[in-house]
Design a protein around this ligand. Structure first.
Ligand code: ATP
Ligand code: MG
Length: 180
């Protein structure tokens, strides 16, 4: 499994549709302060199902939609797509290439797609849950998070170890079963 590309359109500072292709090996993103590096990482987080506006440095989810600049009017919707090479079926899907998309309109309407088909948020979460990616994972570590891990309560740290060990799925299934 490998990240192939990311398309950002109307998300945060990306008013223009922008596609980033990831070659094999390591990718570094460089640029002046405020040029949108962190916004790229947040776009990845968002498309993989992030539900917390605060994790994306906003107050409400609509804050991710391009809000205008000196030269451009605000946009009405944000769209992010991420494409993975899944030929080893590392992600729980039959597809050898997977494009996950998320769309949000200012009126709150939102949509998730896998390879162009509308899906539920749960399908996105399930796709990533055992992969070490996804919204609760530690494949993306933001600055504040490191301190939170060190200063966290033992229960919280146990949660982190469980997530890393890949037992989160079983905890989630158990909770669902107990609710029935
Ligand atoms: P640094 O090097 O300081 O970490 P950075 O490259 O990570 O900078 P970001 O934090 O990704 O920069 O980008 C910040 C910019 O994104 C700010 O100029 C901010 O105004 C802009 N921005 C954030 N949300 C929106 C939005 N919804 N619409 C338009 N611009 C936005
Ligand atoms: Mg930054």
């Amino acid at each position: 499994m490998r990240l192939l590309s990311l398309t950002i359109d109307g998300f945060k500072s990306f008013a223009h549709k922008t596609t980033i292709k990831f070659e094999e090996g390591m990718t570094g993103i460089v640029g002046p302060n405020g040029s949108g590096k962190s916004n790229i990482i947040e776009a990845i987080r968002w498309v993989m199902g992030e539900q917390s506006a605060r994790q994306l440095r906003g107050d409400k989810m609509a804050d991710v939609i391009f809000n205008g600049s000196a030269s451009r009017v605000p946009l009405n919707r944000a769209l992010v797509s991420i494409t993975f090479d899944n030929s080893d079926h590392y992600l729980a899907s039959e597809f050898t290439e997977l494009t996950v998309s998320r769309k949000l309109f200012r009126n709150g309407e939102s949509e998730y797609l896998i390879n162009g088909q509308k899906v539920r948020l749960k399908d996105i979460v399930d796709l990533f849950i055992d992969s070490g990616l996804g919204r609760e994972s530690f494949s993306i570590i933001s600055q504040g998070r490191i301190a939170a891990i060190f200063n966290g309560k033992p229960e919280d740290r146990r949660g982190i170890i469980e997530a890393v060990a890949g037992v989160a799925k079983y905890q989630k299934n158990k909770a669902t079963a107990q609710r029935r």
